[in-house]
Design a protein. Structure first.
Lengths: 391, 308
């Protein structure tokens, strides 16, 4: 029987990786991700997880060791956050470009300077274009479910791409939540052993990671782009099958009273559950508001997104990262771009909130929505509003 | 026994795992070193290569010179990639997903990829004790990008970023002692080699591959392009580097130093330096300074080897 337990989300991720029977973990400690890899190290030390734990000397080497391990055909897992994700930056491109099905949980964290260990999405947005499949989660159950889904998607021979699972640092990584763990037999059935098609092995020598002159580089990159976009089909199929077996349903864009609402709020990550509380409260007061949550960040779910906001008059996007000197929050820019060609589209208002771990309460979301509606009606001299900042 | 010199080369495999047709410069000592190393490593090997000359000349898409499994990812992470391959293979064998087999995992990089940008990843991999061989092909500068100085560039050498000028002698720091750094990690095997001594090089690479745990071989690779010397002098210059004591050939096995080629009298450093354009500008007193340093360093090494 599936077991429902109260457990810290980070620890639960370690347990999920154990159920996923990972072969290699290469990781470097960084707050707020440390509890994940601590637990994995513990599981390996106690013989509960038969895996090689490589305690590397940096995140750059963590991801680099993951490349080697994945190239050998091993199921490979790591976790990081904030500065660690940035230190991995160039290696992330290599992981996706060389088609290595690495899975990584990212406990989203703000970037220095000033130093902040607390949560926001600055780290994610900086690695937006690295070619990874990127999925946002809102609660512990979703993270655990996605450890299985991520390996299933990543290792699918039609996909062969690395997957990042985003969870908000502290707000999600460090909370204790009730989580249902599936039985090992069900996980094994859902997640067959990794079958990397051309692993490094003397029996069948392959050359990996050549250099490409201009005559071939664009074709190589186009193939990668086509592949990442096409992965959506496998992602949708995986989620469908996951729902059939485990009963938890996921979609690229998820709506909460959003279908017919005049005003929509758009969020990503654990913020979304706070926003839901605000939506409930406002709807209780008769306000015509709903919520749209972006789960699949890459590949961007254009169709699903456009459908989800098609009927709204105002779309208020709440980013958790700044795009310095840019047109608004990074998610908002994407959203605007996705809607630009549409004949009928909502007015888009950009807010940045909750950076560096600043808490955003349900009543803050109410304020954001009310302010957003006003901006949408009267316009604003600013490209975006940063919520609650003391100037 | 009198035909030893004729007989021994015949024992070396004719099989080339680093295939001809690559795009290395004429007279490249590094390509020669890689070729010899590959002969010594044989078939049961996986090579992780850093960005650099050997990577760029051997793998322009859609061609390859590698007849063994080979991977290149980035510049500074080769030792980390190798540690991932080694761990991955170990687990797959343990779990019975691939057959138990002795596969040598090798990391290859140049001097920049080793002693500068890749030093941290290498230190980490050696400290963690992965079973792998690290081969540093040292041509004493960033030759692939156009002869820029590295920490492995010798004192006084003129490079494009340590140019000799009216107020500069060229490189103003002494060559970083990478083998000593490797040895300081207390790994079981460290050696220096040079393709001008092909059998010694192959023996050392073989020995490194047979060593359980990390093994490091530092290979001086003459670069006529960067050293500004005639292309037919590669082998000779490698010999002179050893005979002058500038690049002594030695091993450090479990901390024990062993000098492989000792000379009752070292040739003067000028015998080596005068053949290279990169040292052409040096004054006699600078050359004398270099001579003194080489003499001292060699004496120290010899003493350590005797002590060992």
């Amino acid at each position: 029987m599936a077991e429902r337990v109260g457990i810290e989300v980070s620890v639960a991720i370690g347990d999920a990786a154990r159920l996923a029977n990972v072969d290699v973990i290469a990781a470097y400690p960084i707050t707020p991700q440390t509890h994940i890899v601590e637990h994995l190290a513990e599981l390996v030390a106690n013989g509960e997880l038969d895996a090689a734990y490589i305690p590397v000397e940096s995140e750059h080497s963590a991801m680099s060791a993951c490349l080697g391990s994945a190239a050998a055909g091993a199921r490979t897992f790591t976790a990081t956050a904030g500065q660690g994700l940035e230190l991995m930056h160039e290696v992330l491109y290599v992981a996706s470009s060389m088609r290595f099905p690495v899975v990584m949980t990212v406990a989203n964290r703000a970037l220095s300077s000033p130093l902040s260990v607390w949560g926001d999405h600055s780290d994610v947005m900086a690695v937006r274009d690295t070619g990874w499949i990127q999925i946002f989660t809102e609660n512990g159950q979703e993270v655990v479910d996605h450890v299985f889904c991520a390996f299933r998607i990543a290792e699918d021979n039609k996909v062969l791409l690395p997957v990042m699972i985003h969870l908000d640092g502290f707000h999600l990584s460090h909370v204790i939540e009730p989580i249902t763990f599936p039985e090992q037999s069900k996980v094994d059935k859902f997640l067959p052993p990794n079958s990397y098609p051309l692993p490094l092995h003397p029996d069948r020598p392959v050359t990996m990671g050549d250099f490409a002159p201009p005559i071939i580089y664009p074709e190589a990159k186009w193939a990668q782009e086509v592949n990442l976009r096409a992965s959506k089909e496998t992602i949708l199929k995986c989620w469908q099958e996951f729902a059939d077996i485990f009963g938890h349903r996921y979609s690229p864009v998820e709506s909460y009273h959003g279908e017919k609402a005049k005003t929509l709020l758009l969020t990503m990550g654990s913020f979304s559950e706070t926003a839901m509380t605000a939506i409930d409260k406002m709807r209780g007061k008769g306000k015509d508001v709903g919520l749209v949550r972006l789960r699949l960040w890459r590949p961007f779910p254009f169709e699903e997104f456009r459908r989800a906001v098609a009927g709204a008059e105002t779309l208020i996007v709440v980013d958790r990262a700044l795009s310095f000197g840019g047109p608004g929050g990074p998610v908002c820019s994407e959203v605007k771009a996705a809607l630009y060609g549409e004949a009928k589209k909502p007015k888009v208002v950009s807010f940045v909130a909750g950076i560096g771990g600043r808490d955003i309460s349900p009543s803050d979301f109410e304020t954001i929505v009310n302010k957003g509606i006003k901006i949408s009606e009267k316009g604003s001299p600013n490209e975006f509003e940063i919520f609650g900042v003391r100037e | 026994m009198q035909n030893y010199g004729v007989y021994v080369p015949r024992l070396v495999t004719k099989k080339e795992n680093f295939a001809p047709g690559h795009r290395a410069c004429i007279g490249c000592g590094e390509a020669l070193a890689v070729r010899l190393a590959c002969k010594a490593l044989g078939q049961n090997v996986i090579i992780a290569s850093a960005t650099g000359c050997m990577e760029i000349v051997s793998s322009p898409l859609p061609t390859t010179s590698w007849k063994v499994p080979w991977i290149h990812t980035l510049f500074e992470n080769t030792a980390a990639v190798a540690s991932g391959i080694e761990s991955g293979l170990k687990m797959l064998m343990k779990k019975g997903r691939i057959a138990q087999q002795d596969i040598t995992v090798v990391a290859m990089a140049g001097d920049g990829g080793t002693s500068d940008i890749g030093l941290q990843a290498l230190s980490g991999a050696m400290e963690r004790g992965h079973n792998f061989v690290y081969l540093c092909f040292d041509n004493e500068a960033y030759m692939n990008t156009g002869i820029q100085r590295s920490s492995s560039t010798p004192y006084g050498a003129s490079t494009t970023t340590s140019p000799a000028g009216k107020v500069s002698i060229g490189q103003v720091s002494w060559k970083k002692n990478m083998p000593a750094i490797a040895a300081a990690h207390n790994i079981p095997y460290v050696a220096t080699a040079c393709p001008s001594y092909p059998f010694d090089l192959m023996d050392k690479v073989e020995k490194a591959a047979a060593t359980p745990g990390p093994a490091y071989v530092h290979i001086l690779s003459v670069c006529p392009t960067g050293w500004r010397c005639p292309v037919d002098l590669s082998v000779k210059l490698g010999r002179l580097a050893v005979e002058t004591g500038i690049f002594p050939l030695y091993e450090v096995e479990n901390g024990q130093y062993k000098l492989n080629f000792d000379f009752p009298r070292l040739k003067p450093v000028t015998a080596y330096m005068k053949l290279q354009g990169r040292f052409r500008h040096l004054s006699e007193d600078i050359i004398e300074k270099i001579q003194q340093r080489v003499t001292t360093d060699y004496a120290e090494l010899k003493e350590r080897a005797v002590e060992g």
